[in-house]
Ligand binder design. Structure first.
Ligand SMILES: N[C@@H](CCC(=O)N[C@@H](CS)C(=O)NCC(=O)O)C(=O)O
Length: 213
């Protein structure tokens, strides 16, 4: 049995979507946060960077990093159908988008949310946030300009769509982002319409986006 340590509005939704799409049995354990920071001494022993999520494999091995968890789960649960076949061009493209979202979009979000960690200057947080916003917008625009549909990789739903639909919710101005990004908005609507992954957006207390997608 897998155990997923999760909290609302976190990237735990990505490995959760893989487990849910596969119909796998697993346990969700909620981690307490205060002001966005982990406030749970037991969890801090599990996750040395004090970041959510963490996944405990059936043999007790602990994984941190949501993308590592999601990729490992997709290998073990191919019935989830969340990546194209190994060695295909589509799979290579999926890796490109997953790394792009992790390194450029998610990282911009972290610089914005935890700006004090990215400067030693007490007045520096404003500059860190402003630079993060620029980088964040540019990274989303790269996706908007390159994708078609109905899914990020074209014809099939994949893990990339879940990461995209989740990170859109954490943007500093989600309505403005969606208004200028019709391709991204369409994918968010499709993800939320899925039988198994769609309801996770409510469980994870993501914004509703009514009228925006
Ligand atoms: N690269 C990590 C980032 C995880 C992360 O930053 N999680 C945030 C919530 S989305 C968190 O736990 N923040 C609490 C903190 O950093 O204090 C992943 O994908 O798992």
């Amino acid at each position: 049995m897998y155990t997923l340590y999760w909290s609302a509005r976190t990237s735990a939704i990505a490995p959760d979507a893989v487990l849910s799409e596969a119909g796998a049995e697993f346990i969700r354990k909620e981690v307490k946060r205060t002001d966005g920071r982990v406030d749970d001494p037991a969890f801090e022993k599990i996750s040395p960077m004090k970041q959510i999520p963490a996944l405990v494999l059936p043999n007790g091995t602990v994984l941190c990093e949501s993308l590592a968890m999601s990729l490992a789960l997709i290998e073990r649960l191919p019935e989830a159908g969340m990546l194209p076949s190994v060695g295909s061009d589509e799979r290579a493209l999926a890796y490109r988008w997953l790394m792009h979202i992790q390194c450029n979009i998610y990282e911009s979000d972290l610089r914005h949310s935890y700006a004090d960690r990215y400067t030693t200057d007490p007045d520096g947080v404003y500059g860190v946030r402003a630079a993060a916003e620029e980088r964040w917008d540019r990274a989303f625009q790269v996706i908007e300009d390159e994708i078609g549909g109905p899914w990020m990789l074209g014809g099939d739903f994949s893990l990339t769509d879940v990461y995209l639909a989740a990170t859109v919710c954490w943007h500093y101005d989600t309505p403005a982002l969606l208004a200028r990004s019709p391709n991204i908005a369409r994918i968010c609507a499709h993800v939320r319409g899925r039988d198994k992954t769609g309801p996770l957006f409510e469980l994870y207390q993501m914004p509703e986006l009514d009228g925006l997608i």
